[in-house]
Design a protein around this ligand. Structure first.
Ligand code: FAD
Length: 291
């Protein structure tokens, strides 16, 4: 199928883009931002999305950067995911985000798809939203009211819905630098390499001697939004980093899911079971990785 007709604008500056979106909102026109088009184009082609106007961010080169910013790594929203995967700075300063990036789709998708697009799209099966919860990533948005920072826990509201308003542009993603000794892991299950995951788990924890501390665990692909698995985090606190603990935490993670999704790809029970196995594996993988 072909997309329904739409008007098209490609503003040259961020201010121009924000002004244009605000004007279109004021006129009551249904406008949609397009970045890399890797999620939006299929939705347009299938006419699941039928915006009257597309506002293309591709000329906003000022949103294409990766830089160190004090205790954070700042990534411009229009930076391609492959640029993040290729970045020595991202790999060194935030290895969990780097590993998650390498799991996104194929190189063609990562070349075209923007970092910001994956956060704004808020697909429940996407790796980044879960990573955002684990790492306390900050999102920076620019809208008619100015610039604001949004904590990850306040950003993902429901299925493919964020706290961005219709005239807001996500401009930057801010990753806290990874403390060197912190353990991290990410595991997912997809039917084919590069597919969106049926379920996945990302986590970090510290080792105090041989005991686990400060675990942060989030699941993706399991519920309509990424979810922190607090019950599994509690199980780990103060326990020895060993197989029996990781299995207990896996069971707690599965039980912590409130309402797993069920669709043609996997049942709720399969997703719950995947979260159990993937949590156990990610914990063990994190413990085994050399530091
Ligand atoms: C075959 C295939 C496999 C894939 N596998 C994965 C995978 O494993 N993991 C994964 O996470 N993703 C996967 N994707 C999705 C891909 O990562 C997309 O690149 C990403 O979801 C959206 O980024 P984009 O730049 O293409 O955004 P677009 O498709 O252009 O936009 C997506 C949505 O975000 C909004 N948006 C985009 N940028 C901004 C912004 N700066 N401010 C405000 N709103 C914005 C748009 O309005 C739209 O609603 C896959 C896609 C395909 C086609």
């Amino acid at each position: 199928m072909k997309p329904a007709p739409f008007d098209y604008h490609a503003p040259e500056t961020l201010d121009e883009a924000v002004g244009l979106l605000a004007r279109l909102e004021h006129e009551g026109r249904d406008a949609k931002i397009i970045a890399g088009g890797q999620s939006l184009m299929p939705m347009l082609a299938m006419r699941i999305a039928r915006p009257e106007v597309l506002v293309d961010l591709r000329r906003l080169r000022t949103l294409d950067y990766i830089r160190e910013d004090g205790t954070h790594v700042a990534i411009g929203a229009m930076t391609s995911k492959q640029a993040a995967a290729d970045s020595a700075l991202v790999r060194a300063r935030q290895p969990l985000f780097h590993a998650a990036t390498e799991l996104v789709g194929h190189i063609q998708i990562r070349n075209r798809g923007s970092v910001g697009g994956s956060f704004a799209n808020a697909d429940p099966a996407s790796e980044y939203p879960a990573i955002a919860l684990v790492l306390d990533i900050e999102l920076v948005a620019q809208g008619p009211g100015g610039r604001r920072r949004i904590a990850a826990k306040d950003f993902f509201l429901s299925l493919m819905t964020t706290s961005l308003g219709p005239s807001d542009i996500l401009t930057e993603v801010r990753l806290p630098a990874h403390p060197g000794a912190r353990r991290w892991g990410i595991q997912e299950f997809a039917r084919r390499r590069g597919d969106l995951a049926l379920a996945g788990v990302a986590l970090t924890y510290d080792l105090d001697g041989s005991r686990c501390r400060n675990a942060r665990i989030a699941a993706f692909g399991a519920e309509p939004t990424p979810v922190r698995l607090g019950a599994a985090e509690k199980v780990l606190e103060g326990k020895p980093a060993q197989a029996a603990t990781f299995e207990e935490a896996g069971r707690a993670a599965a039980a912590a899911l409130e309402d797993p999704m069920s669709d043609i790809h996997a049942s709720a029970a399969q997703r719950r079971d995947l979260v159990r196995t993937l949590t156990t594996r990610a914990l063990a993988d994190a413990a085994a990785r050399a530091h």
